[in-house]
Design a protein around this ligand. Structure first.
Ligand SMILES: NC(=O)c1ccc[n+]([C@@H]2O[C@H](COP(=O)([O-])OP(=O)(O)OC[C@H]3O[C@@H](n4cnc5c(N)ncnc54)[C@H](OP(=O)(O)O)[C@@H]3O)[C@@H](O)[C@H]2O)c1
Length: 323
C-alpha cells in the first residue's frame, strides 16, 4: 500500500488507481550527478508526488549513452532509500534518436517494444512498470503486433497498465480496437503557453489561426472515454524553447501570475500547475524541473483551485482572446 497522500490525487483512466495529480518526469535527469538526482527524487517524495514518468530515450550522457536518465534514476532511487511502493513508475518507448538528439524513426514493432521494456526495467532497477506508453504514433505500426506485445508484457508481470503519448483520437481508437487492455493515458503537451487543445474549441467555425483543430478533439475524446491526459512541459513555450516563468517575452503573463502568487501565497510555478488542473478533464501535470526548490514550489499547485475569472485572465495574459 502507498503512504498517505499529501497532495490531491487523480484517478488514472477508468480505474480505481489514484495517483498524485502532479508527477515528476525524468527527461532532464540524464545529465545530473547521482546526488542531484537523489535530491530531486527526495524533494518529489517530500512534496507528496508518487508518480514518475520516463522514456527509454531520455538522456544521452557522453559516458552512459542513450537512456542515461533511467540509469541515473535507478542509481538515485537506490541511494534515496525510498521503496518501490513510494512511486508508481511509468515509461515510454518507440522512438529512436541519433547522438545529436535528432529523432530518426518511430518503431512500435513487437520485438522492439519487448526489448525496450526489458531495457527500461534493467536501467531503472525495477521488476515491473505500473504503466507503459507508446511514445508517439508510428505510421507503420501494426495494432495487432502491439496487442501481442502488451499481452506478453502483462503475462510476464513486467507491465501493469498501458497508454499512449501524442496520439490523436482516431489513432487511440484504432489501437484500442486491437489491444486487450484499456488504454488509460494519453500524454501530450499542454500548459499556459501551449493551449491549442482548447483554442480551437473556443474558435469553432471562425477563420482565424486558432480555429484550426490540431489534435482531433483530444480533450473531449479523453473525457468521453475516461482517459487521463498527462500534460508534458507545463512551464515551456514552443517545444522546449524555454520557460515562460520570469521570462520578459511573457511580461503580461508574469504580471498576472505575480498577482495570483500574492493571493494564494505560492510560486508562479504553482499557479501555472493550478491553471492546468482547473480544467475539468482531471489532467495529471508532469513536472520536468530537477531543482528541488522548483519541484516543491510547483507541487504546491496541486491543491489550488483558481476562480473561473482567474483562469481566463491567465489565458488572456498568455496572448489569447475570445471571439
Ligand atoms: N511524451 C512526450 O512526448 C514528452 C515530451 C517532453 C516531455 N515529456 C515529459 O514531461 C516532463 C516535463 O517536461 P519538461 O521538462 O519540458 O517540463 P517543464 O517542467 O515545463 O520544464 C522544465 C524546465 O523548465 C525549467 N523551469 C521550471 N520552473 C522554472 C523556474 N521557476 N525558473 C526557471 N526555470 C524553470 C526547469 O529548470 P530547473 O530544473 O532549473 O527548474 C527545466 O529546465 C518530462 O520530464 C517528460 O517526463 C514527455
Amino acid at each position: 500500500m502507498f503512504k498517505e497522500q499529501k497532495m490531491k490525487t487523480v484517478r488514472i483512466g477508468n480505474t480505481n488507481w489514484q495517483a498524485s495529480n502532479v508527477a515528476l518526469g525524468i527527461m532532464r535527469m540524464g545529465t545530473l550527478t547521482v546526488s542531484q538526482a537523489t535530491d530531486a527524487l527526495l524533494a518529489a517524495h517530500d512534496a507528496g508526488i508518487n508518480f514518475i514518468d520516463s522514456a527509454d530515450i531520455y538522456g544521452n550522457d557522453p559516458q552512459l549513452g542513450r537512456g542515461s536518465s533511467e540509469i541515473h534514476f535507478g542509481q538515485a532511487f537506490k541511494q534515496s532509500g525510498l521503496s518501490r511502493d513510494d512511486f508508481y513508475i511509468q515509461s515510454k518507448a518507440g522512438l529512436f534518436a541519433d547522438n545529436n538528439n535528432q529523432i530518426t524513426r518511430y518503431d512500435s514493432s513487437k520485438d522492439h517494444l519487448l526489448a525496450a521494456v526489458d531495457g527500461i526495467l534493467q536501467r531503472m532497477g525495477v521488476d515491473y512498470l505500473d504503466s507503459f506508453l507508446i511514445h508517439r504514433p508510428d505510421p507503420l505500426m501494426d495494432p495487432a503486433e502491439i496487442a501481442a506485445a502488451f499481452d506478453q508484457l502483462v503475462a510476464a508481470g513486467k507491465v501493469r497498465h498501458f497508454g499512449v503519448s501524442n496520439f490523436n483520437p482516431q489513432q487511440i481508437a484504432l489501437l484500442q480496437s486491437a489491444v486487450n487492455q484499456r488504454l488509460l493515458v494519453d500524454q501530450v503537451q499542454f500548459g499556459i503557453a501551449h493551449t491549442g487543445m482548447i483554442d480551437f474549441g473556443l474558435h469553432t467555425n471562425m477563420t482565424d489561426e486558432r480555429s484550426i483543430n490540431h489534435d482531433g478533439g483530444l480533450i473531449e475524446y479523453a473525457r468521453r472515454k475516461e482517459m487521463t491526459i498527462q500534460t508534458w512541459s507545463p512551464f515551456q513555450y514552443g517545444t522546449f524553447a524555454g520557460t515562460f516563468i520570469n521570462n520578459e517575452k511573457f511580461a503580461k503573463l508574469n504580471d498576472v501570475l505575480a498577482t495570483l502568487t500574492a493571493k494564494y501565497r505560492v510560486s508562479k510555478n504553482a499557479i501555472a500547475v493550478a491553471w492546468i488542473l482547473r480544467h475539468p478533464a482531471h489532467m495529471q501535470v508532469l513536472l520536468g524541473t530537477m531543482t528541488p526548490a522548483h519541484i516543491m514550489d510547483s507541487a504546491a499547485g496541486s491543491d489550488i483551485t483558481l476562480t473561473k475569472q482567474e483562469w481566463y485572465d491567465i489565458y488572456f495574459a498568455a496572448g489569447n482572446d475570445l471571439p
